[in-house]
Write a protein of this length. Structure first.
Length: 223
């Protein structure tokens, strides 16, 4: 049941069903690689110098290389999320992000997500808008090759890809595949990801999921 995200609590019931619940941190903290902690800010240290000794600035040193993005992380609630086709929405809860690699000939990769649970609704109740502006967002983005994404409902039936434009909104593009679900059936949903013409060395993708709020930005019309 381990989804590879240190910021989720992984459980498996006696029937073999997995549940991956987001770690909820206290106010001001966010989950970073497992523990809840305050964001770290760097302040340069300047040692004390006696008045009769002239101050000599420290010799500049080369900046340390920027660390690569972790395989999985969370985006704090209240963050404005920019979508691949433009426009943005507000994270109503901590959004879960997973970066992975897909290889040619591989079986579809599956991720289990619990949607519509009472605990999830309670965790965002204070900052949520009306239900008409709340959406469960499941989005896939990539840079090269291509991917197909399928959502499997709790009843094990695949969600129709075309959507209905009201409770299920589905946007696709050359490098993204996004679903927005309004009041989805409560339970465990499975996200299946299948690469198309993946590179032999692997093709990267990024999966984001969680509750967002606000109107869904439309895809700009081609001119």
């Amino acid at each position: 049941c381990d989804d590879g995200n240190p910021c989720t609590i992984d459980r498996c019931d006696r029937y073999g069903h997995c549940t991956n619940s987001q770690v909820v941190c206290s106010y001001g903290k966010t989950c970073i690689d497992g523990p809840c902690q305050y964001p770290y800010y760097y302040y340069p240290y300047y040692p004390y110098y006696p008045y009769d000794v002239p101050y000599v600035p420290p010799t500049p040193v080369a900046a340390a290389p920027i660390a690569s993005k972790p395989q999985s992380y969370t985006i704090p609630a209240g963050t404005s999320i920019t979508l691949p086709w433009g426009g943005s929405m507000l994270a109503a809860e901590a959004l879960q992000v997973y970066n992975g690699l897909a290889y040619p000939g591989a079986k579809p990769t599956g991720f289990d997500r619990e949607l519509g649970s009472p605990a999830q609704v309670a965790s965002v109740g204070r900052m949520a808008l009306s239900a008409m502006n709340q959406w469960e967002m499941i989005g896939l983005a990539w840079k090269e090759a291509g991917f197909n994404m399928t959502l499997i409902q709790p009843n094990k039936i695949a969600l129709p890809a075309q959507g209905d434009g009201q409770n299920v909104v589905h946007f696709t593009g050359s490098n993204y595949d996004y679903y927005f679900l309004r009041s989805p059936t409560a339970g465990i949903w499975t996200v299946q990801i299948m690469p198309v013409n993946a590179a032999s060395s692997g093709s990267g993708y990024s999966l984001i999921s969680g509750l967002v709020q606000g109107p869904i930005p439309p895809i700009p019309k081609q001119t």
